[in-house]
Design a protein around this ligand. Structure first.
Ligand SMILES: Cc1ncc(COP(=O)(O)O)c(C=O)c1O
Length: 415
């Protein structure tokens, strides 16, 4: 199999570093640590379609990052694009919102099991910030309990003390607990009785650099009862998992109901809209919070979300992604075994995490991932991956062929 090179990407990156801090910043850039060794990765894309993107050097990749989640129906899904483009012609960012806003709220209430209302913003971080503000407005309390290693965006309160730009005051209202440790949560609630506005967590634990963890049996049901007893708002950050476990919300997938649920990534198949859904009991508090943004009610992304939800429901997208993810991850683990590697798969199959066990430095894992990327299968290190419904059996077969060859290269180097 031929391996790729990225001369154009490097040229663009050199230009970018002169005029953009970090060249390519944040999660799409090489400094974030997911692209190691950086030389194996393309840094700029030229186009995307279905399960693939092409880099600026003309190399095609089967994309298992899906733009870090938004691509759920395949890049450029024709129904979603048609809805968004038709709305763009009618009007997008206008002084008064379009009826599409009401239609999307109605659709979300009909789709998301816990939802009595919906509120739209742009990014995932907008929704987690709003959820915390609603919880504070409703309870008159300040503190938030978060899980260690959980990610809720880049607002200062979500970051770690000591990181550049973050002060201790920014995180002074946070309390931290291990995901899945119900007893620790109960103790924390008792120690801070009457101070906690909300418990915010992802439906299952999908941090970087470690095996992802599903909730222990009965965990969410006990947490639900504890929050009710203590008057704490249960806010589920479904920004990443949302619509990949269950189209009705990941809380429904795990058999409980959140008070607030945050959605973004897969909501509009790449168009920029996010949403907070909530229970009636928090509707007045949500209405009382001062919260808005220049582009939040733009109609084209909202039209895209309507089309995307409709299509996800029609296809049973979450189930399809789970099925494809199961097939792929079983094949990847088997390829590893054939070459003497224990590839550990964790998390949910539609959003799996993987690492080669017994490789504490991650160097073998990174080398294997790099060999896959060089052959057109876009994985990253240290972060979970994503499945989209456009991924075909042929794509999975090709991926497994590449994974096998990549394991052979790494096994040979190790010998
Ligand atoms: C679980 C979770 N919450 C919040 C966010 C923040 O979303 P955004 O980057 O759109 O602000 C992300 C983004 O990756 C996420 O995965």
């Amino acid at each position: 199999m031929q391996t790729y090179s990225h001369a154009r990407s490097r040229e663009l990156f050199a230009r970018a570093t002169k005029v953009i801090p970090g060249g390519v910043y944040g999660h799409l850039g090489p400094a974030e640590g997911c692209f190691m060794p950086v030389g194996a990765y393309p840094l700029f894309s030229s186009r995307a379609e279905g399960a693939y993107f092409w880099d600026v050097d003309g190399n095609r990749f089967i994309d298992y990052m899906c733009a870090y989640g938004p691509n759920i129906l395949g890049y450029g899904d024709k129904d979603v694009e048609a809805a968004a483009l038709a709305q763009l012609k009618e009007g997008n960012c206008v002084t008064a919102p379009s009826p599409r806003m009401v239609e999307l709220a109605e659709l979300m209430v009909d789709t998301v099991a816990m939802a009595d209302w919906a509120f739209f913003c742009k990014n995932g971080g907008d929704t987690t910030m709003f959820a915390l503000m609603i919880a504070r407005a409703a309870t008159g309390r300040a503190r938030a309990v978060l899980t260690r290693g959980g990610y809720h965006g880049v607002a200062p309160w979500t970051q770690k003390e000591g990181h550049p730009g973050i002060t201790s005051a920014d995180v002074s209202n946070n309390l931290y607990v291990e995901f899945g440790d119900y007893e620790a949560l109960e103790r924390l609630f008792a120690e801070h009785h009457g101070e906690i506005a909300c418990f915010m967590a992802t439906p299952y634990h999908h941090p970087v650099f470690e095996d992802n963890r599903l909730p222990p049996e009965g965990y969410w049901q006990k947490v639900r009862a504890l929050c009710d007893r203590e008057g704490v708002v249960l806010a589920i950050d479904d920004v990443r998992c949302g619509f990949r476990l269950d189209t009705g919300g990941s809380d429904r997938h795990y058999g409980f109901e959140a008070d607030l649920e945050c959605f973004c990534k897969a909501l509009a198949n790449g168009w920029n809209v996010s949403a907070v859904c909530g229970k009636d009991s928090l509707k007045d508090a949500a209405g009382s919070v001062m919260y808005t943004g220049s582009y939040w009610l733009s109609a084209a992304p909202i039209a895209a979300a309507i089309a995307c939800i409709g299509k996800m429901r029609e296809l049973g997208a979450a189930g399809l992604c789970m099925e494809k993810g199961r097939k792929l991850t079983q094949g990847l683990a088997a390829a590893g075994r054939r070459h003497g590697f224990d590839l550990r798969i964790s998390g949910e199959p539609s959003m799996w995490f993987m690492r080669i066990a017994g490789d504490d430095s991650w160097q073998t894992h990174q080398a294997w991932v790099a060999e896959c990327v060089r052959r057109g299968v876009f994985f990253t290190n240290h972060h979970n991956h994503f499945i989209n419904t456009a991924l075909t059996d042929e794509d999975i077969a090709f991926t497994l062929e590449v994974a096998d060859e990549a394991f052979a290269v790494v096994a040979k180097a190790r010998r």
